[in-house]
Design a protein around this ligand. Structure first.
Ligand code: BV8
Length: 240
């Protein structure tokens, strides 16, 4: 990227499943490429929708119980740790907008994190609308800790549902000098559209990914490689 004289103060970082791949968490892409990621012969889109939950709640609850249990056995990788270091040392604005529902950014120590698609470790009561920290299962229809109703669902944004905190995300994009996308295929909207928003708002755009994504052509620069290597390299560079 050409040496640009205007300093970078405000950064928005979008992360996807690729940043957690080296921690042993399946990416969606893996889930769909027939390598046994299919859940009981169902496409991810067929279990991560409100319609699927209405049609077969047991199937959906088991899908999320399995993933909620799995992420608690995983550890953050060097990419998570590098972003946590950047979060600690960066004096300007910084927001890590993650599409991931795991808690590995936070377990690595990052604080300025926004989960636009929700979190596995929360349960959402559809009776009293309260979200409660949840590390167990939901298949047995446990009572809501607040209202006692057996009306808990995973606190994740399903296809067709509005992502969380879109206003806060767009406010950060408006202030951003730099937009960085890490470990995402650019297949799911509105997240996949942020790079174009960032371009239009005058920010520089950088992609760090294993393979070129569906939106690579929108970025000023693309660096290819495993996040566990190229993210720490980039963080060292920007903190230098
Ligand atoms: C909505 C939570 C209304 C649940 C998820 C416009 C055009 C077309 C379609 C739409 C559109 N607008 C809306 C839609 C519909 C839909 C959509 O985008 N469909 C797609 C399939 C076409 N979007 C929605 O329904 C969204 N809601 O639009 O509401 C609205 C909203 C705003 C304004 C107005 C109206 C809601 C979408 C959220 C659904 N929930 N997750 C759960 O997790 O179970 S999405 C889920 O899938 C993830 O959160 C993530 O977003 C997506 C998976 O993508 P990635 O994370 O990128 O993972 P993937 O496997 O695809 O790729 C991995 C990448 O990592 C690859 O590029 C690979 O190369 C790289 N990689 C792998 N290993 C490594 C690596 N990189 C570095 N290092 C490595 N080691």
């Amino acid at each position: 990227m050409p040496i640009d004289r205007n300093p970078i103060r405000n950064i928005v970082i979008l992360t996807g499943a690729g940043v957690s791949a080296e921690s042993g968490i399946d990416t969606f892409r893996d889930a769909n490429d027939g390598r046994g990621g299919l859940w009981e012969q169902h496409r991810v889109e067929d279990v991560a929708t409100p319609e699927a939950f209405a049609r077969d709640p047991d199937l959906v609850l088991r899908f999320y119980d399995m993933r909620r249990e799995a992420i608690q056995t995983k550890k953050p990788n060097p990419a998570h740790h590098a972003l946590a270091r950047l979060d600690k040392e960066w004096e300007g604005q910084l927001l890590i907008v993650t599409q991931n529902v795991d808690d590995l950014h936070e377990r690595a120590g990052a604080r300025r994190v926004l989960h636009m698609h929700g979190e596995h470790l929360n349960a959402w009561c559809t009776a009293c609308d309260v979200r409660s920290r949840w590390t167990g299962t939901l298949i047995e229809r446990p009572a809501c800790p607040r209202c006692g109703e057996p009306a808990l669902r995973p606190d994740v944004v399903w296809f067709g549902e509005m992502p969380y905190e879109m206003d806060r995300i767009f406010a950060a994009l408006r202030d951003a000098d730099l937009f960085v996308s890490i470990g995402t295929s650019g297949a799911v909207y509105p997240a996949a559209g942020f790079v174009r928003n960032a371009n239009e708002l005058g920010a520089r755009t950088l992609e760090l990914n294993l393979d070129r994504s569906q939106g690579s052509h929108w970025f000023d620069e693309t660096r290819l490689g495993p996040a566990g290597r190229i993210v720490p390299e980039w963080v060292d560079e920007i903190l230098a």
